[in-house]
Write a protein that binds this ligand. Structure first.
Ligand code: MG
Ligand code: MG
Length: 287
């Protein structure tokens, strides 16, 4: 989130040490636990500001700082994006969730000077309240996130992530019989001492191959996928990004570490063990 596309320069990546990754795991785990807590609080009648307050209390009471509040001009803990809102939806007391709404929650925390950043999307009221195409969109976007994550490997190229996400979404569109659009103006990013760091990580195929991945690289992978357009625009509040055609949009994100032995999904409660095993990718938690 917050990352607007710009030209991708050639640069060498740097990696975190094992000790630094342990600190980043603390931040990532707090983000994962905050999202898990919020998941249980999402229901019709709840305002997005109530969810934001719960998240702030949870993060602060566990020794973290809501790092979205460190972004100039932003004073909330979450971004809560409903239906045609893509990302950067601002929590308000008047945004009351309704059955069948598609809610994307983006959450970040800083612990001991290190950052985590992750997002989930859910249907308010669960699958019984959902439009079938929204359930397809959620599944396709989450699968694309993991396809992008397992494209990360030492010695590989960073923009393989976008290739894999785009391939996954195209396959899902053919299978599901929907038109899916990958939002192209907002991209993933490096993460570490700050939430948003270079390099940017596109969610779609680009001509360049990107920098070579090194051990200890940490990035936030975050596909934003719609039931229509790939174009987005910002509302007059200066924050909320919406689809230009009003189609619903979905956002999934994890912060991930690339290690010699495999991957460690820092914002996943189990470190990514189950998801990586399902995809045949190596899981490399703390040693
Ligand atoms: Mg992010
Ligand atoms: Mg985020």
């Amino acid at each position: 989130m917050f990352g607007r596309r710009r030209l991708f320069g050639r640069r060498r990546l740097s990696g975190c040490t094992d000790d630094q990754l342990l600190l980043m795991r603390e931040a990532g785990l707090l983000v994962g636990r905050t999202l898990e807590m919020l998941h249980g609080e999402i229901r019709a009648g709840v305002s997005t500001l109530e969810l934001d307050r719960l998240a702030e209390d949870f993060i602060r009471s566990h020794g973290g700082i809501p790092n979205f509040q460190l972004v100039p001009g932003y004073s909330h803990t979450l971004c809560t994006s409903v239906n045609e809102q893509v990302v950067h939806g601002v929590p308000t007391s008047t945004t009351i969730l309704r059955e069948g709404d598609l809610l994307s929650i983006d959450c970040g925390a800083e612990v001991s000077g290190w950052n985590g950043d992750a997002a989930i999307s859910v249907i308010v009221g669960g699958s019984e309240a959902a439009r079938p195409e929204d359930l397809d969109l959620l599944a396709a976007t989450e699968a694309a996130l993991y396809a992008g994550i397992v494209a990360l490997r030492i010695g590989g190229r960073l923009y393989a992530v976008g290739d894999a996400i785009e391939r996954s979404i195209l396959a899902a569109a053919a299978r599901d019989g929907h038109t899916y659009g990958i939002i192209d103006e907002y991209v993933g990013h490096g993460i570490g001492r700050q939430m948003h760091m270079d390099p940017q990580i596109p969610n779609y195929a680009v001509r360049e191959t990107g920098p070579k991945l090194v051990a200890g690289f940490t990035g936030a992978i975050e596909p934003m996928v719609t039931l229509g357009t790939s174009e987005a625009t910002v509302l007059t509040d200066g924050w909320t990004v919406v689809t230009t055609d009003g189609s619903r949009s979905c956002h999934w994100e994890h912060s991930v570490a690339v290690r010699e032995q495999g991957l460690w999904i820092l914002t996943s409660l189990d470190g990514g063990q189950a998801a990586l095993a399902a995809l045949g990718a190596a899981f490399a938690p703390e040693t």
